[in-house]
Design a protein around this ligand. Sequence first.
Ligand SMILES: *Cc1c(COP(=O)(O)O)cnc(C)c1O
Length: 449
Amino acid sequence: MATTRLSRRKFIGAASVGAMAIACDGRTGMSANITKNAGKPAILGGSPVRTKAFPRWPIWDRGAEAHVLSILRSGNWFRGRGDTVTQFEKAYAKLLGAKRALCTVNGTNSLLTAMHVLDIGVGDEVIVSPYTFIATYNVVLTSCALPVFADTDPETFQINPDKIEERITERTRAIMPVHILGLPANMDRIMAIAKKHNLVVIEDACQAWLAEWRGKKVGTIGNLGCFSFQNSKHLPAGEGGAVVGNDEELMDRAMSFHNCGRPYGSVKATSSYPILGTNRRMTEYQAAILLSQIKRLESDTKRRGENAQYLTSRIKDIPGIAVHKLYDGVTRCAYHLYPFRIIKEAFGGLSRDRFLKALRAEGIPCSPGYGPQYKDGLIEVALTSKNFTRSFPAKRLKQYRKELHYPDNDKLCKEAVWLSQTLLLGTKKDTDDIANAIIKIHENRDKLV
Ligand SMILES: *Cc1c(COP(=O)(O)O)cnc(C)c1O
Protein backbone atom coordinates (compact mmCIF):
# COMPACT_ATOMS: atom_id res chain seq x y z
CA MET A 1 0.00 0.00 0.00
CA ALA A 2 2.95 2.33 0.73
CA THR A 3 3.99 2.29 -2.92
CA THR A 4 0.48 3.00 -4.19
CA ARG A 5 -0.58 6.61 -4.21
CA LEU A 6 -4.00 6.78 -2.70
CA SER A 7 -6.15 9.79 -2.02
CA ARG A 8 -6.98 10.19 1.65
CA ARG A 9 -10.58 9.21 1.02
CA LYS A 10 -9.53 6.05 -0.82
CA PHE A 11 -6.95 5.24 1.83
CA ILE A 12 -9.52 5.36 4.60
CA GLY A 13 -11.78 3.13 2.54
CA ALA A 14 -9.03 0.61 1.87
CA ALA A 15 -7.83 0.63 5.48
CA SER A 16 -11.27 0.04 6.89
CA VAL A 17 -11.73 -2.85 4.47
CA GLY A 18 -8.51 -4.38 5.76
CA ALA A 19 -9.68 -4.00 9.33
CA MET A 20 -12.99 -5.63 8.48
CA ALA A 21 -11.33 -8.50 6.68
CA ILE A 22 -9.54 -9.35 9.91
CA ALA A 23 -12.55 -8.70 12.10
CA CYS A 24 -14.79 -11.04 10.13
CA ASP A 25 -12.45 -13.78 9.02
CA GLY A 26 -14.38 -16.78 7.67
CA ARG A 27 -13.18 -19.07 10.48
CA THR A 28 -14.33 -16.86 13.29
CA GLY A 29 -17.58 -15.90 11.64
CA MET A 30 -19.18 -12.52 12.08
CA SER A 31 -17.64 -10.38 14.71
CA ALA A 32 -19.44 -7.99 16.97
CA ASN A 33 -16.56 -5.57 16.41
CA ILE A 34 -17.68 -4.85 12.89
CA THR A 35 -19.72 -1.80 13.84
CA LYS A 36 -16.83 0.41 14.75
CA ASN A 37 -14.93 -0.52 11.59
CA ALA A 38 -17.84 -0.42 9.21
CA GLY A 39 -18.04 3.35 8.83
CA LYS A 40 -20.75 5.38 7.21
CA PRO A 41 -22.59 3.69 4.33
CA ALA A 42 -21.43 4.97 0.94
CA ILE A 43 -25.03 5.69 -0.03
CA LEU A 44 -25.12 8.19 2.88
CA GLY A 45 -21.84 9.79 1.85
CA GLY A 46 -19.31 7.43 3.47
CA SER A 47 -16.39 5.77 1.70
CA PRO A 48 -17.29 2.74 -0.39
CA VAL A 49 -15.86 -0.63 0.63
CA ARG A 50 -14.53 -1.07 -2.89
CA THR A 51 -13.51 1.25 -5.70
CA LYS A 52 -11.77 -1.33 -7.90
CA ALA A 53 -13.68 -2.87 -10.80
CA PHE A 54 -14.34 -6.62 -10.96
CA PRO A 55 -12.99 -8.60 -13.95
CA ARG A 56 -14.44 -7.77 -17.37
CA TRP A 57 -16.07 -10.44 -19.50
CA PRO A 58 -15.29 -12.19 -21.79
CA ILE A 59 -11.57 -12.66 -21.30
CA TRP A 60 -9.72 -13.13 -24.56
CA ASP A 61 -6.54 -15.19 -24.93
CA ARG A 62 -4.28 -13.55 -27.50
CA GLY A 63 -2.57 -16.89 -27.99
CA ALA A 64 -5.64 -18.01 -29.95
CA GLU A 65 -5.40 -15.21 -32.51
CA ALA A 66 -3.23 -17.12 -35.01
CA HIS A 67 -5.80 -19.92 -35.19
CA VAL A 68 -8.76 -17.59 -35.68
CA LEU A 69 -6.81 -15.59 -38.27
CA SER A 70 -5.82 -18.70 -40.21
CA ILE A 71 -9.51 -19.62 -40.55
CA LEU A 72 -10.41 -16.09 -41.63
CA ARG A 73 -7.63 -16.09 -44.23
CA SER A 74 -8.53 -19.54 -45.54
CA GLY A 75 -12.02 -18.48 -46.56
CA ASN A 76 -13.31 -21.77 -45.11
CA TRP A 77 -15.77 -20.12 -42.77
CA PHE A 78 -18.59 -22.64 -43.00
CA ARG A 79 -18.44 -26.01 -41.24
CA GLY A 80 -18.84 -27.87 -44.53
CA ARG A 81 -15.37 -26.63 -45.49
CA GLY A 82 -13.44 -27.25 -42.30
CA ASP A 83 -13.32 -29.36 -39.18
CA THR A 84 -13.13 -26.74 -36.40
CA VAL A 85 -16.80 -27.06 -35.40
CA THR A 86 -16.46 -30.85 -35.37
CA GLN A 87 -13.31 -30.58 -33.25
CA PHE A 88 -15.10 -28.41 -30.71
CA GLU A 89 -18.13 -30.72 -30.64
CA LYS A 90 -15.84 -33.64 -29.80
CA ALA A 91 -14.02 -31.65 -27.11
CA TYR A 92 -17.27 -30.44 -25.54
CA ALA A 93 -18.90 -33.90 -25.56
CA LYS A 94 -15.77 -35.34 -23.95
CA LEU A 95 -15.68 -32.64 -21.29
CA LEU A 96 -19.30 -33.32 -20.36
CA GLY A 97 -19.01 -37.09 -20.55
CA ALA A 98 -21.70 -37.21 -23.26
CA LYS A 99 -21.65 -39.34 -26.40
CA ARG A 100 -22.39 -36.45 -28.72
CA ALA A 101 -22.60 -32.68 -28.95
CA LEU A 102 -23.97 -30.62 -31.83
CA CYS A 103 -23.15 -26.95 -32.19
CA THR A 104 -25.86 -24.52 -33.25
CA VAL A 105 -26.27 -20.77 -33.71
CA ASN A 106 -27.34 -20.14 -30.09
CA GLY A 107 -28.94 -21.59 -26.97
CA THR A 108 -32.47 -20.67 -28.04
CA ASN A 109 -32.09 -22.59 -31.29
CA SER A 110 -30.48 -25.52 -29.47
CA LEU A 111 -33.66 -25.78 -27.40
CA LEU A 112 -35.81 -25.46 -30.53
CA THR A 113 -33.78 -28.22 -32.20
CA ALA A 114 -34.25 -30.47 -29.16
CA MET A 115 -38.01 -29.76 -29.20
CA HIS A 116 -38.17 -30.65 -32.89
CA VAL A 117 -36.25 -33.93 -32.76
CA LEU A 118 -38.26 -35.04 -29.72
CA ASP A 119 -41.41 -34.18 -31.68
CA ILE A 120 -42.78 -31.69 -29.18
CA GLY A 121 -44.79 -28.83 -30.60
CA VAL A 122 -48.26 -27.82 -31.68
CA GLY A 123 -50.91 -28.65 -29.08
CA ASP A 124 -48.44 -30.11 -26.58
CA GLU A 125 -47.75 -28.93 -23.06
CA VAL A 126 -44.30 -28.51 -21.55
CA ILE A 127 -43.68 -28.13 -17.82
CA VAL A 128 -41.16 -25.36 -17.14
CA SER A 129 -40.03 -23.16 -14.31
CA PRO A 130 -41.36 -19.59 -14.34
CA TYR A 131 -38.01 -18.44 -12.90
CA THR A 132 -35.82 -18.44 -16.01
CA PHE A 133 -34.45 -16.34 -18.83
CA ILE A 134 -37.25 -15.42 -21.22
CA ALA A 135 -35.79 -17.64 -23.97
CA THR A 136 -37.15 -20.72 -22.17
CA TYR A 137 -40.69 -19.31 -22.42
CA ASN A 138 -40.13 -18.23 -26.02
CA VAL A 139 -38.93 -21.64 -27.17
CA VAL A 140 -42.11 -23.33 -25.95
CA LEU A 141 -44.40 -20.57 -27.22
CA THR A 142 -42.82 -20.31 -30.68
CA SER A 143 -43.19 -24.09 -31.00
CA CYS A 144 -46.96 -23.53 -30.44
CA ALA A 145 -46.76 -25.52 -27.24
CA LEU A 146 -48.12 -24.37 -23.89
CA PRO A 147 -45.55 -23.55 -21.20
CA VAL A 148 -47.16 -24.90 -18.04
CA PHE A 149 -45.28 -23.50 -15.09
CA ALA A 150 -44.56 -25.40 -11.91
CA ASP A 151 -43.88 -23.00 -9.04
CA THR A 152 -40.36 -22.13 -7.94
CA ASP A 153 -38.69 -23.34 -4.76
CA PRO A 154 -37.53 -20.00 -3.33
CA GLU A 155 -34.82 -21.65 -1.23
CA THR A 156 -33.04 -23.20 -4.23
CA PHE A 157 -34.31 -20.81 -6.95
CA GLN A 158 -35.16 -23.96 -9.02
CA ILE A 159 -38.38 -25.59 -10.21
CA ASN A 160 -40.11 -27.13 -7.17
CA PRO A 161 -40.38 -30.88 -7.83
CA ASP A 162 -43.37 -31.09 -5.46
CA LYS A 163 -45.32 -28.79 -7.78
CA ILE A 164 -44.74 -30.67 -11.06
CA GLU A 165 -47.20 -33.57 -10.94
CA GLU A 166 -50.24 -31.42 -10.20
CA ARG A 167 -49.55 -29.58 -13.50
CA ILE A 168 -49.51 -32.68 -15.71
CA THR A 169 -52.45 -33.08 -18.11
CA GLU A 170 -53.15 -35.50 -20.97
CA ARG A 171 -51.36 -33.03 -23.27
CA THR A 172 -48.13 -32.88 -21.27
CA ARG A 173 -45.24 -34.26 -23.29
CA ALA A 174 -42.10 -32.92 -21.66
CA ILE A 175 -40.47 -31.39 -18.62
CA MET A 176 -37.92 -28.69 -19.33
CA PRO A 177 -35.92 -28.17 -16.15
CA VAL A 178 -33.71 -25.10 -16.20
CA HIS A 179 -30.57 -25.25 -14.06
CA ILE A 180 -31.07 -21.61 -13.41
CA LEU A 181 -28.18 -19.40 -12.25
CA GLY A 182 -25.91 -22.42 -12.83
CA LEU A 183 -27.32 -24.34 -9.84
CA PRO A 184 -28.65 -27.83 -10.61
CA ALA A 185 -32.39 -28.57 -10.48
CA ASN A 186 -33.49 -31.70 -8.58
CA MET A 187 -32.81 -34.22 -11.35
CA ASP A 188 -33.63 -37.35 -9.31
CA ARG A 189 -37.15 -36.16 -8.73
CA ILE A 190 -37.60 -34.76 -12.24
CA MET A 191 -36.39 -37.94 -13.96
CA ALA A 192 -38.59 -40.09 -11.72
CA ILE A 193 -41.70 -38.00 -12.49
CA ALA A 194 -40.87 -38.08 -16.21
CA LYS A 195 -40.51 -41.86 -16.13
CA LYS A 196 -43.75 -42.36 -14.23
CA HIS A 197 -45.74 -40.21 -16.66
CA ASN A 198 -43.86 -41.19 -19.83
CA LEU A 199 -42.52 -37.68 -20.50
CA VAL A 200 -39.28 -36.60 -22.14
CA VAL A 201 -36.82 -34.29 -20.38
CA ILE A 202 -35.02 -31.45 -22.15
CA GLU A 203 -32.52 -29.80 -19.84
CA ASP A 204 -32.05 -26.06 -20.31
CA ALA A 205 -28.43 -25.98 -19.15
CA CYS A 206 -27.82 -22.61 -20.83
CA GLN A 207 -26.38 -21.23 -17.55
CA ALA A 208 -24.84 -24.42 -16.20
CA TRP A 209 -21.64 -25.50 -17.99
CA LEU A 210 -19.84 -28.15 -15.86
CA ALA A 211 -22.46 -28.11 -13.09
CA GLU A 212 -23.05 -31.62 -11.76
CA TRP A 213 -25.79 -33.77 -10.28
CA ARG A 214 -24.39 -36.83 -8.43
CA GLY A 215 -21.13 -36.47 -10.34
CA LYS A 216 -22.82 -36.32 -13.74
CA LYS A 217 -22.71 -33.13 -15.77
CA VAL A 218 -26.09 -31.45 -16.07
CA GLY A 219 -27.32 -31.44 -19.65
CA THR A 220 -26.39 -35.14 -19.99
CA ILE A 221 -29.08 -36.55 -17.67
CA GLY A 222 -32.32 -35.91 -19.59
CA ASN A 223 -33.10 -37.01 -23.15
CA LEU A 224 -31.26 -33.96 -24.50
CA GLY A 225 -29.46 -31.00 -22.91
CA CYS A 226 -28.98 -27.52 -24.33
CA PHE A 227 -26.23 -24.95 -23.79
CA SER A 228 -25.60 -21.33 -24.76
CA PHE A 229 -22.28 -19.76 -25.79
CA GLN A 230 -23.59 -16.19 -25.91
CA ASN A 231 -21.24 -13.34 -24.96
CA SER A 232 -22.15 -13.25 -21.25
CA LYS A 233 -21.96 -17.01 -20.76
CA HIS A 234 -19.04 -18.93 -19.24
CA LEU A 235 -18.00 -20.45 -22.57
CA PRO A 236 -18.59 -17.49 -24.88
CA ALA A 237 -18.28 -16.96 -28.63
CA GLY A 238 -20.55 -13.91 -28.98
CA GLU A 239 -23.32 -16.25 -30.08
CA GLY A 240 -23.51 -20.03 -30.20
CA GLY A 241 -25.09 -23.03 -28.57
CA ALA A 242 -25.05 -26.81 -28.37
CA VAL A 243 -27.38 -29.76 -28.06
CA VAL A 244 -25.87 -32.61 -26.09
CA GLY A 245 -27.06 -36.20 -25.80
CA ASN A 246 -26.28 -39.89 -25.50
CA ASP A 247 -28.89 -41.19 -27.95
CA GLU A 248 -27.08 -41.53 -31.28
CA GLU A 249 -30.25 -41.69 -33.34
CA LEU A 250 -31.66 -38.51 -31.77
CA MET A 251 -28.35 -36.73 -32.26
CA ASP A 252 -28.23 -37.86 -35.93
CA ARG A 253 -31.67 -36.33 -36.37
CA ALA A 254 -30.54 -33.11 -34.68
CA MET A 255 -27.50 -32.95 -36.98
CA SER A 256 -29.64 -33.51 -40.05
CA PHE A 257 -32.37 -31.06 -38.99
CA HIS A 258 -29.91 -28.24 -38.22
CA ASN A 259 -28.20 -28.77 -41.59
CA CYS A 260 -31.14 -28.23 -43.98
CA GLY A 261 -32.34 -31.81 -43.57
CA ARG A 262 -29.28 -33.36 -45.20
CA PRO A 263 -28.94 -37.06 -44.40
CA TYR A 264 -26.63 -37.91 -41.53
CA GLY A 265 -25.79 -41.23 -39.88
CA SER A 266 -28.99 -43.15 -39.27
CA VAL A 267 -30.97 -40.44 -41.11
CA LYS A 268 -30.88 -41.85 -44.64
CA ALA A 269 -31.65 -40.08 -47.88
CA THR A 270 -34.02 -41.37 -50.48
CA SER A 271 -33.52 -38.26 -52.66
CA SER A 272 -31.31 -35.18 -52.24
CA TYR A 273 -33.42 -33.26 -49.67
CA PRO A 274 -36.01 -35.67 -48.33
CA ILE A 275 -36.07 -34.54 -44.72
CA LEU A 276 -37.49 -31.42 -43.10
CA GLY A 277 -34.72 -29.19 -41.90
CA THR A 278 -33.49 -25.73 -41.17
CA ASN A 279 -30.11 -24.02 -40.99
CA ARG A 280 -28.72 -23.53 -37.50
CA ARG A 281 -25.06 -24.19 -38.28
CA MET A 282 -22.22 -22.66 -36.33
CA THR A 283 -19.34 -21.02 -38.23
CA GLU A 284 -15.75 -22.24 -38.13
CA TYR A 285 -14.42 -19.05 -36.55
CA GLN A 286 -16.97 -19.24 -33.72
CA ALA A 287 -15.74 -22.77 -33.01
CA ALA A 288 -12.12 -21.54 -33.01
CA ILE A 289 -13.06 -18.98 -30.34
CA LEU A 290 -14.76 -21.75 -28.35
CA LEU A 291 -11.71 -24.03 -28.63
CA SER A 292 -9.74 -21.23 -26.99
CA GLN A 293 -12.38 -20.36 -24.36
CA ILE A 294 -12.92 -23.99 -23.34
CA LYS A 295 -9.34 -24.06 -22.01
CA ARG A 296 -10.22 -21.74 -19.16
CA LEU A 297 -13.65 -23.18 -18.31
CA GLU A 298 -12.50 -25.72 -15.72
CA SER A 299 -10.22 -23.34 -13.81
CA ASP A 300 -12.78 -20.51 -13.94
CA THR A 301 -15.49 -22.86 -12.68
CA LYS A 302 -13.25 -24.00 -9.84
CA ARG A 303 -12.52 -20.42 -8.86
CA ARG A 304 -16.17 -19.37 -8.96
CA GLY A 305 -17.07 -22.39 -6.85
CA GLU A 306 -14.42 -21.68 -4.22
CA ASN A 307 -15.25 -17.98 -4.00
CA ALA A 308 -18.98 -18.74 -3.84
CA GLN A 309 -18.44 -21.17 -0.98
CA TYR A 310 -16.30 -18.66 0.87
CA LEU A 311 -18.83 -15.88 0.34
CA THR A 312 -21.59 -18.14 1.67
CA SER A 313 -19.52 -18.91 4.76
CA ARG A 314 -19.14 -15.20 5.43
CA ILE A 315 -22.74 -14.07 4.96
CA LYS A 316 -24.82 -17.10 5.94
CA ASP A 317 -25.34 -16.07 9.57
CA ILE A 318 -26.33 -12.48 8.90
CA PRO A 319 -29.96 -12.08 10.06
CA GLY A 320 -32.19 -11.29 7.07
CA ILE A 321 -29.85 -12.85 4.51
CA ALA A 322 -31.11 -16.19 3.20
CA VAL A 323 -28.30 -17.86 1.28
CA HIS A 324 -29.33 -20.21 -1.57
CA LYS A 325 -29.77 -23.88 -0.70
CA LEU A 326 -28.61 -26.77 -2.85
CA TYR A 327 -30.34 -30.13 -3.25
CA ASP A 328 -28.61 -33.20 -1.82
CA GLY A 329 -27.62 -34.50 -5.25
CA VAL A 330 -25.71 -31.35 -6.24
CA THR A 331 -22.00 -32.12 -6.57
CA ARG A 332 -20.96 -28.97 -8.44
CA CYS A 333 -22.39 -25.55 -9.31
CA ALA A 334 -21.50 -23.33 -12.25
CA TYR A 335 -22.53 -20.06 -10.54
CA HIS A 336 -23.52 -18.06 -13.57
CA LEU A 337 -25.03 -15.92 -10.82
CA TYR A 338 -24.56 -16.01 -7.08
CA PRO A 339 -28.01 -15.63 -5.50
CA PHE A 340 -29.31 -14.89 -2.05
CA ARG A 341 -32.51 -13.37 -0.63
CA ILE A 342 -33.18 -10.37 1.57
CA ILE A 343 -35.85 -11.13 4.15
CA LYS A 344 -36.96 -7.59 4.90
CA GLU A 345 -38.50 -8.19 8.34
CA ALA A 346 -35.39 -9.98 9.59
CA PHE A 347 -33.09 -7.37 8.03
CA GLY A 348 -34.42 -4.59 10.25
CA GLY A 349 -37.10 -3.58 7.76
CA LEU A 350 -34.64 -2.71 4.99
CA SER A 351 -36.23 -3.33 1.60
CA ARG A 352 -34.52 -5.45 -1.05
CA ASP A 353 -34.40 -2.49 -3.43
CA ARG A 354 -32.81 -0.20 -0.87
CA PHE A 355 -30.32 -2.98 -0.10
CA LEU A 356 -29.39 -3.19 -3.80
CA LYS A 357 -28.79 0.56 -3.98
CA ALA A 358 -26.71 0.53 -0.82
CA LEU A 359 -24.63 -2.44 -2.04
CA ARG A 360 -24.00 -0.80 -5.42
CA ALA A 361 -22.89 2.36 -3.63
CA GLU A 362 -20.32 0.24 -1.76
CA GLY A 363 -18.83 -0.71 -5.15
CA ILE A 364 -20.50 -4.10 -5.52
CA PRO A 365 -22.59 -4.45 -8.71
CA CYS A 366 -25.79 -6.42 -8.11
CA SER A 367 -29.25 -6.89 -9.53
CA PRO A 368 -32.76 -7.94 -8.49
CA GLY A 369 -32.90 -10.71 -11.13
CA TYR A 370 -36.00 -11.92 -12.90
CA GLY A 371 -39.41 -10.43 -12.35
CA PRO A 372 -42.66 -12.47 -12.54
CA GLN A 373 -42.43 -12.65 -16.35
CA TYR A 374 -45.37 -15.01 -16.75
CA LYS A 375 -47.58 -12.04 -15.81
CA ASP A 376 -46.21 -9.97 -18.71
CA GLY A 377 -48.28 -9.62 -21.85
CA LEU A 378 -46.21 -12.20 -23.73
CA ILE A 379 -48.25 -15.21 -22.63
CA GLU A 380 -51.60 -13.57 -23.34
CA VAL A 381 -50.46 -12.49 -26.82
CA ALA A 382 -49.56 -16.12 -27.56
CA LEU A 383 -52.80 -17.51 -26.09
CA THR A 384 -54.93 -15.22 -28.25
CA SER A 385 -52.89 -15.88 -31.42
CA LYS A 386 -54.39 -18.03 -34.15
CA ASN A 387 -51.74 -20.71 -33.59
CA PHE A 388 -52.93 -21.25 -30.04
CA THR A 389 -56.65 -20.81 -30.57
CA ARG A 390 -56.43 -23.45 -33.32
CA SER A 391 -54.21 -25.84 -31.39
CA PHE A 392 -55.88 -25.86 -27.97
CA PRO A 393 -59.54 -26.15 -26.95
CA ALA A 394 -60.89 -22.87 -25.52
CA LYS A 395 -61.68 -24.74 -22.31
CA ARG A 396 -58.02 -25.65 -21.80
CA LEU A 397 -56.82 -22.08 -22.37
CA LYS A 398 -59.42 -20.78 -19.94
CA GLN A 399 -58.28 -23.23 -17.29
CA TYR A 400 -54.63 -22.32 -18.02
CA ARG A 401 -55.31 -18.62 -17.44
CA LYS A 402 -57.09 -19.43 -14.20
CA GLU A 403 -54.09 -21.36 -12.92
CA LEU A 404 -51.48 -18.78 -13.90
CA HIS A 405 -50.54 -17.91 -10.30
CA TYR A 406 -47.18 -18.71 -8.79
CA PRO A 407 -46.96 -17.18 -5.32
CA ASP A 408 -43.61 -18.74 -4.34
CA ASN A 409 -42.05 -17.47 -7.55
CA ASP A 410 -43.51 -13.99 -7.01
CA LYS A 411 -42.14 -13.88 -3.48
CA LEU A 412 -38.70 -14.92 -4.75
CA CYS A 413 -38.79 -12.18 -7.40
CA LYS A 414 -39.28 -9.61 -4.60
CA GLU A 415 -36.51 -10.98 -2.37
CA ALA A 416 -33.72 -12.05 -4.73
CA VAL A 417 -30.31 -10.46 -5.07
CA TRP A 418 -27.93 -11.59 -7.81
CA LEU A 419 -24.21 -11.13 -8.12
CA SER A 420 -22.88 -11.80 -11.60
CA GLN A 421 -20.31 -14.54 -12.29
CA THR A 422 -17.45 -12.11 -12.85
CA LEU A 423 -17.64 -11.06 -9.19
CA LEU A 424 -16.59 -14.61 -8.33
CA LEU A 425 -13.56 -14.55 -10.60
CA GLY A 426 -11.41 -12.43 -8.31
CA THR A 427 -9.24 -13.35 -5.34
CA LYS A 428 -10.34 -14.24 -1.84
CA LYS A 429 -9.73 -10.59 -0.96
CA ASP A 430 -12.08 -9.47 -3.73
CA THR A 431 -14.70 -11.84 -2.28
CA ASP A 432 -14.06 -10.31 1.14
CA ASP A 433 -15.02 -6.93 -0.33
CA ILE A 434 -18.43 -8.37 -1.23
CA ALA A 435 -18.95 -9.90 2.21
CA ASN A 436 -17.70 -6.79 3.99
CA ALA A 437 -20.03 -4.56 2.00
CA ILE A 438 -23.01 -6.77 2.88
CA ILE A 439 -22.00 -6.84 6.56
CA LYS A 440 -21.53 -3.06 6.52
CA ILE A 441 -25.04 -2.58 5.18
CA HIS A 442 -26.41 -4.92 7.83
CA GLU A 443 -24.58 -3.09 10.60
CA ASN A 444 -26.01 0.21 9.35
CA ARG A 445 -29.51 -1.07 8.57
CA ASP A 446 -31.17 1.31 11.03
CA LYS A 447 -29.70 4.32 9.24
CA LEU A 448 -30.73 2.99 5.84
CA VAL A 449 -34.41 2.17 6.26
C1 LIG B 1 -28.92 -17.64 -22.33
C2 LIG B 1 -30.05 -18.54 -22.08
C3 LIG B 1 -30.82 -19.13 -23.10
C4 LIG B 1 -30.68 -18.75 -24.54
O1 LIG B 1 -29.43 -18.78 -25.05
P1 LIG B 1 -29.02 -17.80 -26.28
O2 LIG B 1 -27.71 -18.35 -26.69
O3 LIG B 1 -28.95 -16.43 -25.73
O4 LIG B 1 -30.07 -17.96 -27.32
C5 LIG B 1 -31.80 -20.03 -22.75
N1 LIG B 1 -32.06 -20.34 -21.47
C6 LIG B 1 -31.38 -19.77 -20.46
C7 LIG B 1 -31.70 -20.17 -19.06
C8 LIG B 1 -30.36 -18.85 -20.73
O5 LIG B 1 -29.70 -18.29 -19.72
